[in-house]
Design a protein around this ligand. Structure first.
Ligand SMILES: Cc1cc2nc3c(=O)[nH]c(=O)nc-3n(C[C@H](O)[C@H](O)[C@H](O)COP(=O)(O)OP(=O)(O)OC[C@H]3O[C@@H](n4cnc5c(N)ncnc54)[C@H](O)[C@@H]3O)c2cc1C
Length: 497
C-alpha cells in the first residue's frame, strides 16, 4: 500500500481522500484547524448553529454522482429538502422577486415582469441545459494538463455552441431588458468571481443549475455534507487528523518524501494538497520546488473575499426566507469596487441566509439564525472599525427593507473577514472563493494540478481545476486522486519490472 497524505479536510481534500482510499492507498488527511470542513466548517454558540461558509446547495447531480461511485447516495448521509421559493431578491422596500422552484411559475413570473419574456427564458434555459451538459460531461472532469484533452469532436462542437467568447453580460442582455431579470441572471456569476462582462457566457450554465435543477438544503446545515463525506472516507479506511498543520514538504530527487508537522517527520509516497495553492507552493514547498513565482499570483484575478456576520436574533423576521439577496444598490458599482478598483464598497449588495426558516435545529425556538455576507475585494484592509461600520450599514438596510426591528433583538454576533481567511486557511489575499472564472483563467490556464518539479505531488481545490464552489471542489478531488494513483501505480510497475 502506498502512503498518500492529503493536506486539508475541505470538500476537495475529503473527496480526494475517498478516491485515493478506494484505489487501495493508505490515506491520512492532515487538517490544521480543530474541526474538519475547511471553508464549510460549522459551529454552535448560544443555541445557534452556524455554517461558516457555503449555504447554496446547487447541482445536486454532482453530489449524487460522487456518492454513487462508492455505492452510496446523499440520502445515506443527510436529508435534502428543496426550497420553494428557491430564493428572493429585494430590489427596494416594496420590490421583491421570489424565484419559484416550479418552471411554470417561473415562466409566469418572467411574463409578469417583462411581457413576452417567457419564450426567451425557455430558449435561454434550453441553451443553459446544453452548456451544463457539455460543461459537466465533457469539460470539468479533466486534469487540464493540455488542450489536447479537449480535442475531440463532441467537446469542440459543444464549446463552439456554448458562447465561450461572448460575455455573460452581453449574452444575458441579448435576452432580457428588465433590470431585475438582468440582475437575476447575472448574480450567480458575480459570486463566481468576476464582472459579468469578463466571464464567458458558457457560465450561464449556472442559471440552468439555479433555475432548473433547484435550490436544496441538507437538514442540519451544509456541514452535513462534510460529515457524510468524512464518514464515507473513514469507512474506506482514511484516517483524519485535526490540529495537524503541515509546515513543510521535503523533496528529494524530484519526489516529495516527507511532510513536516513542526519537528515531526512523516514519510509519504504521494501528496494531494488541498491547502490553498499559493500557500502550498510558496510556503510548504518554497522557491526551489514551487510551480510558480510570487509574481504569478500578483497577476491573477481573484474571486472575492467577504465580510460575514453570524447573527442570532431573538425574534422572527417575517419578510426573510431561507436565501435573500439584497440587490437594492447598484450592482455594477459594487462589482467594480470588487474587481476593477478594489476598495470597500460605498453601498454594497449583500446576501442573507436565514436557515432557521427551514431548519429548527439551527436556532432556539422563536429565534432567527442570520448569515450576512458582503462580497469584497481580496487584500483589503480589515479592521474592527470597518466591520462595525458595515454591520451597522447592513442592519439598517435590512430593517428598512424588511420593515422590521432587528438591531435591538440581536443576542449573538460574530464577524469574519479577510484576516480570518488568512489565519484560518492560509488564504492568499484572504480569498474566500479562489480564482475568478475568467476566460484567461480557464482549464489549462488555471494553476496546474501537477507540480513540474515534484512528480508525486498534486494540487486540488478551488484554486486549480475546475474552479471555485462545492461541486467543482468535489470534482477536483476526484481528478487529483486519479492522477496520484496513476503516478504511484506507474512507480510500483517500474519497481516490479
Ligand atoms: C463564505 C463562503 C461562502 C460560500 N458559498 C458557497 C455556496 O453557497 N455554494 C458553493 O457551492 N460554494 C460556496 N463557497 C465556495 C466553497 O465553499 C469552496 O469553493 C470550497 O469549500 C473549497 O473547498 P476546498 O477543499 O478547495 O478548500 P478549503 O475548504 O479551504 O479546504 C482547504 C483546507 O486546507 C486546510 N489547510 C490549509 N493549510 C494547511 C496546512 N498547512 N496544513 C494542514 N491543513 C491546511 C485548511 O484549514 C482547509 O481546511 C463559499 C465559500 C465561502 C468562503
Amino acid at each position: 500500500m502506498s502512503k498518500v497524505a492529503v493536506i486539508g479536510s475541505g470538500f476537495s481534500g475529503l473527496s480526494a481522500a475517498c478516491f485515493a482510499a478506494r484505489d487501495g492507498h493508505s490515506v491520512t488527511v492532515y487538517e490544521k484547524n480543530g474541526t474538519i470542513g475547511g471553508r464549510c466548517r460549522f459551529y454552535r454558540e448560544q443555541g445557534f448553529g452556524f455554517d461558516m461558509g457555503p449555504s447554496w446547495y446547487w447541482m445536486p447531480d454532482v453530489f449524487e454522482k460522487f456518492f454513487a461511485q462508492f455505492g452510496k447516495h446523499p440520502s445515506d448521509y443527510y436529508k435534502l429538502v428543496e426550497l420553494d421559493p428557491g430564493f428572493q431578491m429585494f430590489f427596494g422596500a416594496n420590490e421583491t422577486v421570489k424565484i419559484p422552484a416550479r418552471l411554470d411559475e417561473l415562466y409566469a413570473l418572467f411574463e409578469e415582469i417583462e411581457p413576452g419574456s417567457t419564450e426567451k427564458l425557455k430558449k435561454f434555459l434550453s441553451e443553459g441545459k446544453f452548456k451544463y451538459e457539455v460543461g459537466m460531461q465533457e469539460l470539468v472532469y479533466k486534469p487540464a494538463f493540455s488542450w489536447f484533452e479537449f480535442m475531440n469532436y463532441d467537446v469542440i462542437r459543444g464549446v463552439a455552441k456554448s458562447n465561450v467568447f461572448k460575455s455573460v453580460r452581453s449574452y444575458v442582455r441579448g435576452y432580457f431588458k428588465d433590470p431585475r431579470l438582468v440582475a437575476l441572471m447575472e448574480f450567480p456569476v458575480l459570486f463566481l468571481g468576476a464582472m459579468p462582462s469578463q466571464i464567458p457566457a458558457l457560465y450561464t450554465l449556472m442559471n440552468y443549475a439555479a433555475l432548473n435543477l433547484g435550490t436544496w438544503y441538507p437538514m442540519g446545515g451544509m456541514h452535513k455534507i462534510i460529515e457524510g463525506m468524512a464518514s464515507l472516507a473513514e469507512s474506506l479506511g482514511v484516517e483524519i487528523k485535526t490540529n495537524s498543520e503541515i509546515t513543510r514538504i521535503s523533496v528529494s530527487d524530484k519526489s516529495a518524501s516527507h511532510l513536516l508537522i513542526g519537528n515531526e517527520k512523516i514519510a509519504v509516497d504521494g501528496i494531494i494538497a488541498s491547502s490553498d495553492y499559493h500557500h502550498t507552493d510558496r510556503v510548504l514547498l518554497g522557491d526551489q520546488h514551487a510551480n510558480y513565482p510570487e509574481s504569478y499570483w500578483k497577476k491573477k484575478t481573484f474571486a472575492p473575499s467577504c465580510l460575514i456576520f453570524y447573527v442570532g436574533v431573538n425574534k422572527q423576521i417575517n419578510k426573510l426566507i431561507h436565501h435573500n439577496l439584497f440587490f437594492d444598490a447598484d450592482l455594477d458599482k459594487h462589482a467594480k469596487e470588487i474587481y476593477e478598483n478594489p476598495e470597500w464598497p460605498a453601498d454594497p449588495l449583500f446576501y442573507v441566509c436565514c436557515p432557521s426558516k427551514t431548519d429548527p435545529s439551527v436556532a432556539p425556538a422563536g429565534s432567527e439564525n442570520l448569515f450576512i455576507l458582503i462580497p469584497i475585494a481580496t487584500g483589503l484592509e480589515d479592521s474592527s472599525e470597518l466591520r462595525e461600520e458595515y454591520f451597522q450599514k447592513v442592519i439598517t438596510r435590512m430593517e428598512i427593507i424588511t420593515a422590521d426591528t432587528i438591531r435591538e433583538h440581536i443576542v449573538y454576533r460574530k464577524d469574519y473577514c479577510v484576516n480570518d481567511f488568512v489565519n484560518d486557511y492560509h488564504a492568499y489575499g484572504g480569498n474566500a472563493y479562489g480564482l475568478a472564472n475568467t476566460l484567461s483563467q480557464t482549464a489549462v490556464w488555471k494553476p496546474s494540478m501537477r507540480n513540474k518539479n515534484v512528480n508525486n505531488l498534486f494540487y486540488t481545490g478551488q484554486l486549480t481545476v475546475p474552479g471555485p464552489g462545492i461541486p467543482p471542489a468535489i470534482i477536483s478531488g476526484q481528478i487529483a486522486a486519479e492522477q496520484i494513483s496513476k503516478t504511484l501505480n506507474t512507480r510500483i510497475h517500474e519497481r516490479t519490472i
